[in-house]
Every structure is written in C-alpha cells, then in structure tokens.
Design a protein around this ligand. Structure first.
Ligand code: SF4
Ligand code: SF4
Ligand code: SF4
Length: 187
C-alpha cells in the first residue's frame, strides 16, 4: 500500500476502534450523546448565570445550542473567546458577537446607595455569584470584583437603590480598539 493510503486509512481505523470502544448505549442512544454535548458546551460558558443570552442561565443556553435553537454568539460575558471555543467544538465558522449584545461588552457593575438601602436581602437572593454582602435590616454592599453586571439584583430592590455603572478602565487593562478593515481583499 502506498504511503498516502496509509495516511488516510490509519486515522479511519483509529476512529472506528474509538467508536467501537464506546459503551453500546452511548453509541446508539442519541439522548446520551446530546447530554454529553450539552455538558461540553456548558463547560465552555462563563457560568455567571446572567441571562444576557435570553436564557435562564448557562446550562439552558448550552441546551439551546445543542438542539439548534440558539446560535453560538449570544453570550456577552464570554465574548469572542467563548464563541471561538464553541465554534471549534462544533466545527462551525467563527462569528462576531450578535450585534444586539455588542453594547453589553463594556463591563458594568452595580452600586448600592447605602443611604437608601433598607436591608431587605432581596438583592442577595437574586445574585447568582454571591457578589453582595449584608444581613437582614443591615446596609448591603456590592463586591465589585465579583459582580458581573448581570443586573439581576436591580428589579427585586423595593427602593430602587441599585444602579448600574460602567467600570473605569485601568491603564493595565486598557487595549487598543481593534481597527475595522477599510476595504475587503478580493481573492
Ligand atoms: S449570557 Fe453567557 S454567562 Fe450569561 S447566562 Fe447566558 S451563557 Fe451564561
Ligand atoms: S451584584 Fe447584581 S449585577 Fe452584580 S452579579 Fe450580583 S446580581 Fe448581577
Ligand atoms: S434589595 Fe435594595 S433595599 Fe433590599 S437589601 Fe438589596 S439594596 Fe438594600
């Protein structure tokens, strides 16, 4: 057999052996395969549970991608890196973040006006990443470094003392804005 034929046949045999070594249920059960795909997709998502993808959290968004109901570019906190990782996993082309999410790329956090806060604890219960500290009938405050700016704590506040503010860009984190191409190169 020629060397070129070996290069094609050997990977094919390796794939066939790997497939045969899978548990029988896994080979034949599409539900198991889909569940495994959802787990792998979910592992690529940021796990902030912010809901900015229009789903209730990262796991539901992973399920929607796996079943073809959602595109791969709807997670603003994950940005380009997450889209790239998902596109690699699924063997799809890289995409830009969905345009309706682009304005969310600027990082935000929330602040609590401690003079108005009545210590009702509703914001703590709403925060998916434990970024708010306080106790019943005590002033509450936000740990800015932990806050993802998901806004889930704003609506439950009965006295409207939580507001969203942009994060000041420190010189260490500042980067040049990526330039847009002025013309397309024809091939
Ligand atoms: S937008 Fe991203 S981080 Fe937020 S819930 Fe959806 S998948 Fe998770
Ligand atoms: S503090 Fe509010 S905005 Fe920040 S992560 Fe928690 S719920 Fe989201
Ligand atoms: S929901 Fe509003 S009033 Fe209640 S503890 Fe949080 S910040 Fe204070």
């Amino acid at each position: 057999m020629e060397q070129g034929a070996f290069i094609i046949v050997i990977p094919m045999i390796a794939c066939l052996l790997a497939w045969l070594m899978m548990p029988f249920d896994f080979r034949t059960n599409t539900t198991l395969r889909k569940r495994a795909l959802v787990e792998r997709l979910n592992a690529l998502l940021p796990q902030t549970q912010c809901g900015k993808c229009s789903y209730d959290g990262c796991q539901p968004y992973a399920e929607a991608i796996a079943s073809g109901k959602a595109d791969i570019n709807n997670c603003p906190p994950g940005g380009d890196e997450t889209i790239r990782n998902i596109s690699t996993l699924l063997g799809r082309d890289m995409k830009k973040l969905e345009s309706e999410h682009e304005q969310q790329l600027q990082q935000h956090v929330v602040l609590i006006d401690e003079q108005i806060c009545i210590g009702c604890v509703k914001c703590i219960n709403a925060c998916p990443v434990d970024a708010i500290i306080g106790a019943a009938k005590q002033m509450h405050t936000v740990i800015s470094k932990a806050c993802t700016g998901c806004e889930l704590c704003i609506a439950p506040c009965p006295v409207d003392c939580i507001s969203l503010v942009p994060v000041n860009v420190e010189i260490k984190k500042w980067v040049w804005t990526k330039p847009q191409p002025e013309f397309e190169v024809s091939t």
